[in-house]
Design a protein around this ligand. Sequence first.
Ligand code: PLP
Length: 429
Amino acid sequence: MNLSRSTELFERSQKLMPGGVNSPVRSFGGVGGTPPFLARGNGSHVWDVDGNEYLDFLGSWGPLVLGHANPAVVEAVQKAAADGTSFGAPTEQELQLAELITAALPSIEMMRLVSSGTEATMSAIRMARAYVGRSKIIKFNGNYHGHADGLLVKAGSGLATHGVPTSAGVPESYAAETLVAEYNDLSSVQEIFSANVNQIAAIIVEPVAGNMGIVPPNPGFLEALRKLTRDEGALLIFDEVISGFRVGLHGAQGLYAVTPDLTCLGKIIGGGLPVGAYGGREEIMRMAAPLGPAYQAGTLSGNPLAVSAGIACLTELNQPGVYERLDEMGALAEQGIRTAADATGTQITVNRVGSAFTTFFAEAPITTWSEVVDADTERYAGYFHGLLERGVYIAPSQFEAGFVSLAHTEDDLAFAADQVRAALESRTD
Ligand SMILES: *Cc1c(COP(=O)(O)O)cnc(C)c1O
């Protein structure tokens, strides 16, 4: 594979940007090698600056449920741009997007648009603290909620009940406000509540974990979090930045029939442009300025280009049969991978919810963080490069999701299955 132009651009980028990238995982630290610099995308395919073509399962990390350069999205963005790119004043499009979101997610009675998932979770937590009048929150090991200080936290060791930073630059005093439980382990949550009576404002959870690879909630887990938070006077925040409009039109909350107090959105609701949102029960959202005392703002929040892309995307997702198709294609992708693994005697576990999936090089079941981290990351790196060389682009890390879009065809998935088999057969790691 010729990566000469990418190699040259990567060298120059590394001088000007940390790791040569604007988001760490893009630099291929988890798998090694030079990241192809991408120049163009269309439907299910992307092309790099050296002219290599790839069948894409990254989907920009989730947003591109319609595929690359979807005509309706492109047209909406072009039209919006011609009318002015930003006003810093209310627009009709913001209302339209809010109406599309709240129609699909009835738990969101009132909402606000922001520009990233990070902003959405950070702001939702602020509203929760303002409303409940407590400062501590619970998050889960392996769940990711963006990079706000108080969320880059893991469990403290030994008898410590408070969290410790996972990133340099996060004060321990901030991390101490975050308590860390184990995903799919209710007793770990109960223990934290028992040790912190009347101190916990909210639990934030990915209702389908997507940032430790796809890990669905165990039956009853979300229901139990719902009950526990109610009993303890705390709020339940679903971070649906990945799962929202991905696992179904009504998100994970619709799929599992559990109603959170607040929901965070991002990725798909921007149709590939920067958008996030948070919202939920009206009395909580009334805490937000200018109605209430909790401040949150954004110069480019509700940006007309981004919002227009989001409207076009959600409009397509409201068409009948869309999620059935996504699930069908997700199942086909999973089947191709499983068949290839069986044929080559490879130990893998595929976790899948609809069109989102992860191939773990590990034994089933994978339901907790400790099972996730047992996966063979070196084996994954070999698999990743085997696929990349064969024209299939998957996430450059074992602990991420793959996505099928509405632009993927049966032929694409047959091609992918052949390449998966070839990559597993010729393991080089
Ligand atoms: C991607 C993601 C975020 C962060 O969103 P950004 O737009 O990258 O800031 C937060 N939560 C979840 C569940 C995510 O998948």
